[in-house]
Design a protein around this ligand. Structure first.
Ligand code: NAD
Length: 484
């Protein structure tokens, strides 16, 4: 069955408010990760299409979109959020089928997308400049202005959430956006563009150019008409994006991967921690930048935590997205091969638990068994590298100093959490952990549209989400008037 986002032809680009074939008429196949069957064709945008999209963005900034007041921008973003909610069943089905994530997770992503639009709708007219006391006879003020045309390169794991946080903030601040969704999953990006059109977003304010990273993505990052780039994806491509943007000297936000720890001290409420310890590792089949793939446990509760996590693994149900179980397939056979490579590297380790696969899974689906490893040494690749699959390692520590050394002992720094009832330790750990977000006695804080998010080190730089994103998607102009 061909999936049609909002009854559109999915094999088209959205440029200047119009659905159109790619310049060469070429397309790419999308596959259903749950079954391996073909879903539909999508457009394979070329450098020429990207050029048209960037020009459409620049035109929009000279036209009605550029002249819209902050309040008007907020109003149209709010309407987009309302249309997202009105079409939530359809969007959830698209995301579930396209990404392979269980329906309940896809529904949560729809809600998050709507929340991003509501949040940035409300924030659009609250980003103010400032006045600066200066020399006698001067009045000085600083204006917040959009960068201009912003490029948004998005991965396949959470298309709706990442579009919401990145495109939502860029539009709220008055930029015109060119979105390059991932070639593995882009149907909700297309649906989002159509909803934006129906909500009255002026032509050219949002353009979507699906296609290959090495073609459409590379063309977007190299385009001299792009004034800011927001990239979410792997470390390797992040490096390429930053180099390419460096040629044009435009600012880049990099939201990359992670190897995020949860640290469980002897005095933790283990009952409260347990669901978070496992869910944060297996949500979206572990294909989450902020997945918690390392569980560091103090010696006194180590055996208990390991045994209880293993018991939860034994209960996990793995199956097709539409069956809405605990874990779906990986995005592709290619990602499955990557994860199986990591599992093979763990052949010398103790396997604490492996969730079993259902007998009747579709043979073409990219399924792997969620796996929990115990007593993993810090130097092992499974304790150091991002797997991007449902694989967690449990490691023991003696004291706070060792916990910190382990937690900060990878090149990544995205998120971390601390489970302890000792208030002073909570504060010490939060201060010393190398991460863009630290959670105390929870993990993820429910997604947190309002909470600034981003990494350090290999996890990238710049912040999206929350009000903070509005600073990243705008630039400051200082005006100094000498009037005597
Ligand atoms: P990827 O880097 O392969 O692809 C991401 C996007 O970049 C895709 O749209 C792709 O088409 C595009 N791309 C590929 N090559 C390009 C090039 N040369 N120039 C420009 N664009 C190019 O990443 P992936 O495998 O799709 O996603 C997984 C990675 O993303 C993981 O490392 C994960 O941790 C990370 N991620 C991070 C966050 C975050 O917010 N920090 C969120 C989700 C995913």
């Amino acid at each position: 069955m061909t999936l049609r986002p909002l009854d559109l032809d999915p094999a088209q680009c959205f440029i200047n408010g119009i659905w159109q074939d790619s310049s060469g008429g070429e397309t790419l196949a999308l596959t259903d990760p749950s079954t391996g069957a073909a879903l539909c064709q999508i457009a394979r945008a070329s450098a020429e299409d990207v050029d048209q999209a960037v020009r459409a963005g620049a035109d929009a900034l000279r036209g009605p979109w550029g002249r819209a007041t902050a309040a008007e921008r907020g109003r149209v973003l709010y309407r987009m959020g309302q249309l997202v909610l009105e079409n939530s069943d359809h969007l959830a089905e698209l995301e579930a089928r396209d990404v392979g994530k269980p329906l309940k997770q896809a529904r949560a992503d729809v809600t998050a997308l709507a929340r991003y639009m509501e949040f940035y709708a409300g924030a659009a007219d609250k980003l103010h400049g400032s006045t600066i006391p200066y020399l006698d006879g001067y009045t000085v003020y600083a204006l917040r202005e959009p960068h201009g045309v912003t490029g948004h390169i998005v991965p396949w794991n959470y298309p709706m959430q990442i579009i919401g946080r990145s495109v939502g903030a860029a539009l709220a601040t008055g930029n015109a956006a060119v979105l390059k969704p991932a070639e593995e999953a882009c149907l909700t990006a297309l649906a989002f563009a159509e909803l934006a059109r129906r909500a009255g977003l002026p032509a050219g304010a949002l353009n979507v150019v699906p296609g290959l990273g090495s073609e459409a993505g590379a063309a977007l990052t190299a385009h001299p008409g792009v004034n800011h780039i927001s990239f979410t994806g792997s470390v390797g491509v992040g490096r390429l994006v930053q180099q390419s943007a460096g040629q044009n000297l435009v600012p880049v936000t990099l939201e990359l991967g992670g190897k995020s720890p949860q640290i469980v001290f002897d005095d933790a409420n283990v009952d409260a921690a347990l669901p978070f310890l496992v869910n944060a590792g297996i949500q979206n089949a572990g294909q989450t930048c902020s997945a918690s793939s390392r569980i560091l446990v103090q010696r006194g509760v180590y055996d208990q935590v390991l045994a209880r996590m293993a018991a939860r693994y034994a209960q996990l149900r793995v199956g097709p997205a539409v069956d809405d179980l605990d874990v779906g397939p990986l995005i592709s056979e290619r990602q499955k091969a990557v994860v199986e490579g990591f599992l093979a590297q763990g052949s010398d380790l103790e396997v604490a638990a492996r969730a079993s696969l259902a007998q009747n899974l579709p043979t073409g689906g990219a399924y792997v068994q969620p796996t929990l490893f115990a007593d993993v040494p810090q130097a092992h690749p499974l304790a150091r590298d991002e797997v991007f699959g449902p694989v967690q390692v449990v490691m023991a520590f003696e004291d706070e100093a060792e916990a910190l050394a382990l937690a900060n002992g990878t090149g990544y720094g995205l998120v971390a959490s601390v489970w302890t009832s000792d208030g002073a330790r909570q504060m010490r750990m939060a201060k010393a952990l190398r991460a863009g977000q630290v959670f105390i006695n929870n993990y993820g804080a429910g997604g947190g549209v309002e909470l600034p998010f981003g990494g350090t080190g290999l996890s990238g730089h710049g912040r999206e989400k929350g009000f903070e994103a509005l600073y990243g998607f705008s630039t400051l102009k200082t005006v100094a008037a000498l009037h005597g």
